[in-house]
Write a protein that binds this ligand. Sequence first.
Ligand code: GSH
Length: 223
Amino acid sequence: MNVTIHGTIMSPWVRRLLACCEEKGVSYDIVNVVPLGEPDPEFLKISPLGKVPVMEVNGKFLPDSLAGCAYIESEVADPPLFPNDSWELGWMYWLCDFLGTGVFSKVEAPLFINKFVNPILLQTDVDEAAIAQAIEEMPRHFDYLEEQLGGGKEFLLGDVISLADLTAGSIFVNFRHAGETVDPNQWPSLSAYVERMHTRPSFARLIEREKKAVGAVSPMFAG
Ligand SMILES: N[C@@H](CCC(=O)N[C@@H](CS)C(=O)NCC(=O)O)C(=O)O
């Protein structure tokens, strides 16, 4: 199976879909689309919301990473990333939503935009109030993840990896691009978990590609 992924490798949602391909051994090509400014009308034809990623498969286009991951799961069963157990499956969707609506939107996106994209890539204004607000939001979001990982869990659902882990792993790459790290004294389980996720072969390959693309420009790779 081969898919084409339209988007930028720096997007957490593109990266989540790439991580799904990497984990399942699905080969992929990347068409670089950076969703800044007014979307190209041609792109809106395959992505009505103007967002990345779009997954192209057999001449058809799926404009959402969750939809793309669900499609891949259904085509390539091993290793499973969506649990069979009904409760676990529901809980996994909840965790994905918490990570996207909470951790990403409230904490990591404002930091990524205002500590990396705007000052470093675009050299435009930084919203200091947005940074302060994100720092304020961080503890309650990270406390929740720390609690979820309690009792020595390897992954968010326990012993087995799921899409929730790819979502978290991906979002925390952006956190690192913003020059941030999870404080191991305050959140020891979360800090170790992020390290474990980022050293998995799937994420290690994705991070290496990003390093080649942006190099020391990203605070994640500087120094
Ligand atoms: N639910 C979508 C979210 C995708 C998303 O928000 N992508 C951002 C990049 S990180 C984007 O394309 N933003 C451009 C825009 O909103 O115009 C998914 O998982 O694919």
